[in-house]
Structures are given as C-alpha cells and as structure tokens.
Ligand binder design. Structure first.
Ligand SMILES: Cc1ncc(COP(=O)(O)O)c(C=O)c1O
Length: 401
C-alpha cells in the first residue's frame, strides 16, 4: 500500500466497496433455518404462531426480563408501548440526535415533543439539559436513546424522573446485548424497545421487541399489535397490525445465539479502530458511559476539521474513493428536519448541532477481517497526511460539476 490517497490517484485500500453494515442473515441461512421456514410455510400458520412465542421466550430469557413482546418494527413497538403506558397527548422529552423514528413514535401518540440536547462525550441525552427541561412540571415522560448501543446514564436519568414525576421509557433500538451496571438493557424504565431491522447486529430481518417487567403493559401491547381486538372481535383499544411474521421470528431465533459473540467482537474491533487512529489529530471516539458495555451497533467518531485538516464530509468523500462506505449519522438531527421544524418550531441545540457537523461512522460488522479494519485505518491516516491536497482535489471536483 502506498501513501497516496485514492482520491489523489493512489490505489484504493480495498478492492471492493465495504458497506457500513453487514447483516449476519446470510451467515445464518443454514439448512436448519431453511427447514424451519419451509415448515412455517407448509403449516399455513405464518403469523401469530408458535415461532414468535418461542422467540419471545428466548429473548426474555437472554435479557433477564419478565416480558418481551415481538412486533413488526421498533417504530411500531415504541408507538404501541407509549400508548399502552397512557402517555398519549402528554409532554415527552426526546433526543434529537437519533433517527426520526424516535420522535415519530411520540408524534403518532400526539405527544408534545420537547427535544433535549446531548452530551458530547457519550452522544447521549445531556443530563444538564434534561434537568433544565424538567423544570416544566407538566413533562410526563422522557424517552432517551442508547445512541449507537451506548447505554445512557440510567441511574441519573431515572433519579431526575422520580424527582419530577416523569415516566422513563427507552428507545433501545441499537442496544440489544448491551449492559448497564452489569444488567442487560431491557430492564430499565417502564419499557425498552429494540429493533430487529437489518442494520442491527442482532436482526430478525425486520422486527421490534418491547421488553418490560410490567405485565399489564406487555398484555396491552400484545392486544394492540393485533388491532386491539379480543377473540370475540370486540375492539377494546384502537390498535394496529404490528404482528411479527413467523418467518422473521425464525430468522431471529437462528441469529439470537450469536449475540454475545457479535458484541464481544464489535467491542474488540472498536478498540482496534481506536488504537489504529490514536495518533491522528482531530479524531475523538464516542466514550462509553462508565459502568456500561456498549453493543457498538455503530462506530461513531468526531472529526475536528481544524486539527484533522478537513471536514467529516470531505473524509466521507475521500474514503468513498478508497471503497469504504461511511454514514454521517445523524445529520440533520431530528429538530432540524422539515417535519419537526413545522411541528415543534425552529430551535437551537448547540451540542447536537456541533456533533452532527462532525460525526462519521466507519464500517463495523459482527465478523470483520482485521486486515480490512487495518486498511480502513491506513486510509484515514493517509487522507489526513495529505489533507491539503485532498481538500484541493475535492474543491476542484465540486467546481467542475
Ligand atoms: C435509535 C433508533 N430508533 C428507532 C429505530 C427504528 O427501528 P425500526 O426500523 O425497527 O422501526 C432505529 C432504526 O434504525 C434506530 O436506530
């Protein structure tokens, strides 16, 4: 490998494009899984069947939680669980540094959304800003996100919630297999909801999982995922169709036993990235909350342009030329997205905007070749070492469009 970045004419460090995520579905497409899927199809019981129940029991056992309800997506899991918690129409504090789905679940419950700023170390909800927002005693709920799988400061958030009479519910979409104080996520607040979408390290191809120790909430979500109708066809709560198909449950059951290996690997790869880029100025990694174990659904880092020599967007373009896909998650943050400027109005969240302007996520998989990981680090190093020329080249390309 030479020192010339691909964007300046060097040979790309990777011969084929490396995606930002690599779902493990194909690795687990075994004859056993195919047999199970064939059995489901031949039984004609393709939804609401025994496979979903088996997955729910296995996941509850893995998390050490009393109840786990499988649904068709995390977005619908959050939507139904917020309703089941009686939070419809109430004031809810949510982060802005997340996917819009977090706020959308609150919106569909007619909640009044209040965006909280973040902490620049962990990328999670800022405790200081949360405390300021809770001065409004009408706030009924707080919905933190474990950003990239990094557990939030659960104890501090829940203490603030108790003080102000608010309920805490969690968007744990990315945190399956992560721990807070040696306890799996899924056990905090009134409920936590995980995602099984294909971008997640544990996936059921699509799906959502409501974890709770509250029996009534679990029963209400179970009812609501099936239109809210009783067996006698009386609709007792206006629910949705949020059922998980049996085939998705079969995929989830096949992949579930790999979860600990995935999170162990991802933590190891994160360390390797940190070591490989330690000497590069202007790069700082997401800090894991003390006493926590991250699932590292994404590997996020901040690029400080004045020290690194270019912006995160320039780095993204230069890495693309090296056959390395990256994601600028999350830009724009939700409070600056069109729908929410209309719904909530324009506002400023300084740390969220600062991070959104600097964040970049590098490829991170359940199983990753260490040579590939080292090549990605080498690419970042050589792009930084040639930052003036890379910037000129990008500016020239832009001018020629
Ligand atoms: C933080 C967060 N919340 C919610 C979701 C929505 O999950 P789903 O696609 O399963 O509805 C995602 C999915 O990417 C997410 O990352």
């Amino acid at each position: 490998m030479n020192d010339i970045p691909a964007i300046l004419g060097g040979t790309p460090v990777l011969s084929e494009m490396a995606g930002i995520v690599k779902p493990s579905i194909s690795d687990y497409t075994t004859p056993e899984l195919m047999d199970r899927i064939e059995g489901i199809l031949k039984s004609n019981m393709v939804t609401n069947g025994v496979t979903v129940k088996e997955l729910e029991a296995a996941m509850a056992d893995y998390l050490g939680v009393d109840h786990l309800v499988a649904v068709s997506s995390c977005t619908l899991g959050l939507t139904l669980a917020i309703a089941a918690a009686g939070l419809q129409g109430k004031k809810m504090i949510v982060p802005s540094f997340t996917i819009a789905a977090t706020a959308n679940a609150a919106y569909w419950n007619r909640c009044e959304i209040i965006f909280a700023d973040l902490d620049l170390d962990t990328y999670n909800m800022s405790l200081d800003h949360l405390e300021e927002l809770l001065v409004d005693d009408d706030v009924a709920a707080i919905m933190p996100v474990h950003v990239f799988g990094n557990p939030v400061h659960v104890a501090e958030i829940e203490a603030l919630a108790v003080k102000h009479g608010a309920t805490v519910v969690y968007d744990a979409a990315q945190g399956f297999g992560a721990d807070y104080h040696e306890k799996r996520l899924g056990n905090n607040g009134l409920f936590e909801v995980f995602s099984g979408s294909p971008t997640k390290h544990f996936t059921s191809a699509e799906g959502g999982f409501v974890a709770t120790n509250d029996e009534k909430l679990a029963e209400t979500v179970k009812l609501a995922r099936n239109y809210g109708v009783l067996p006698n066809y009386d609709c007792v709560i206006p629910g949705l169709n949020a059922r998980m198909p049996e085939i998705n449950a079969a995929i989830g059951l096949a992949i579930l036993p790999g979860t600990d290996e995935f999170t162990t690997n991802r933590n190891r790869y994160a360390k390797m990235y940190q070591n490989g880029l330690a000497a590069v100025p202007g790069i700082t990694f997401q800090k894991i909350t003390p006493g926590s174990y991250s699932s590292y659904n994404y590997l996020g880092l901040m690029v400080e342009p004045t020290e690194f020599g270019m912006t995160n967007r320039d780095l993204e373009a230069a890495l693309k030329a090296e056959n390395i896909a990256t994601k600028v998650y999350y830009h724009p943050p939700v409070h600056q997205q069109t729908a929410y400027v209309e719904i909530v109005g324009r506002q400023t969240l300084p740390n969220t905007e600062y991070l959104a302007d600097r964040i970049i996520c590098l490829p991170l998989y359940n199983h990753m070749d260490s040579g590939m990981l080292e090549s990605i680090c080498a690419a970042v190093r050589r792009i930084h070492a040639n930052s003036d020329d890379v910037k000129k080249s990008l500016a020239a390309k832009l001018a020629s469009v």
